[in-house]
Design a protein around this ligand. Structure first.
Ligand code: IMP
Ligand code: MG
Length: 183
């Protein structure tokens, strides 16, 4: 398996991720068995691989849409403010909306999203994140489905990036600290 020099170690390998995505898909399929119009809203870019894998394992009919936000200027340093760069194409009103995130860190992004979306009167609104860093949380936000809780390290791969690099690594790896602390 290719392991670039900047990767300290592999936290979650392909098999581990695939098994957990299976479990999440089964749980979501059961929970939404009676819901019409399930709409998955993926948060670009980080969720694109997780979203593709999860959606293909669902056993309930669903639509997919995307939104793009930004809360990070460069590297791992947060700018504080969350910006909406691209909205969904479809209306969320009366839809069962499930937000698909790569990772919940401070929680600001998801909190902003859930507030924005709830104002559109969806039939229901929940969030699913592949990863969560509980230690880093700064705002209280409910994540209904979490793939894995991870420690406070910068991770890349399976959609997640560092300065737009490493997104397509098949595993989730921790970046060497010296890579993201020297900016
Ligand atoms: P929050 O608003 O602090 O919760 O930040 C959430 C966003 O920050 C995620 O959707 C990611 O885009 C990004 N992010 C936070 N931690 C990581 C990480 O370890 N690797 C890659 N992206 C991260
Ligand atoms: Mg993201």
């Amino acid at each position: 398996m290719i392991r670039p020099n900047s990767i300290e170690k592999i936290l979650l390998d392909e098999q581990t991720i695939a098994r957990r995505v299976d479990e999440l898909a089964a749980q979501i399929s059961a929970d939404y068995a009676d819901a019409d119009h399930l709409m998955l809203v993926g948060v670009l870019k980080g969720s694109f691989i997780f979203m593709a894998d999860l959606a293909r394992r669902l056993r309930v009919a669903h639509h997919v849409d995307f939104i793009a936000l930004s809360s990070y200027n460069r590297g791992t340093v947060s700018t504080g403010a969350v910006r909406l760069i691209m909205d969904t194409r479809a209306s969320l009103t009366d839809r069962h909306v499930l937000v698909i995130e790569d990772i919940v860190d401070t929680g600001y992004t998801l909190k902003y999203l859930l507030q924005t979306f709830s104002a559109r009167n969806p039939a229901s609104l929940r969030a699913c994140a592949l990863l969560s860093k509980p230690e880093r949380r700064e705002v209280d936000v409910k994540v209904d489905y979490v793939g894995f809780e991870i420690p406070d390290v910068w991770v890349v791969g399976y959609g997640l990036d560092y300065n737009d690099r490493f997104r397509t690594l098949p595993y989730i790896g921790a970046l060497k600290r010296e890579v993201y602390t020297k900016q």
